[in-house]
Design a protein. Sequence first.
Length: 171
Amino acid sequence: MDKIYLSENKDEEKLLRKKTVPFDFSKFTKQDIRELIRRMREAMREANGVGLSANQIGLPYRVFVAQVPDSQGKQKSYAIFNPEITKTADETEISEEGCLSVPRMYGPIERSYRVFLTGFDKNGKRVKIKAWGLLARVFQHETDHLDGKLFIDKAKSLYKVEIEKKGGNRI
């Protein structure tokens, strides 16, 4: 399984804070792309996360995966290539966030409650997604990662826990 890069390691933090490059579908086979998604989802699930960007496992590409429950509570998975948040709502919400790359740290982050995200699916087909609530928060967190930003840069305050929380949303 892929190792998740951590901000407490200075070499890994340099990579986490570097802006990712656009994913070029012409340089990868469909099998390569399926394997990339599988690796990322496996690393995310193994770490009990709800989202993971490629640079969190040392890859420079602009791609993230996410898995959050839909309105019926069923898990919905996403793999978005070259994502861009094209519109945000004025309505914001403050909620606690954590991050797989910043273990045991949490803090309140104010983010747009609704976003409009564009990007591409695994087949290179353009997708447009309207997201709200947790999904919108995950999309914003992951696109921040792809731009070289960490949630600790936006947190109003931070606190550390000695033992990793169970059941919390670590993105």
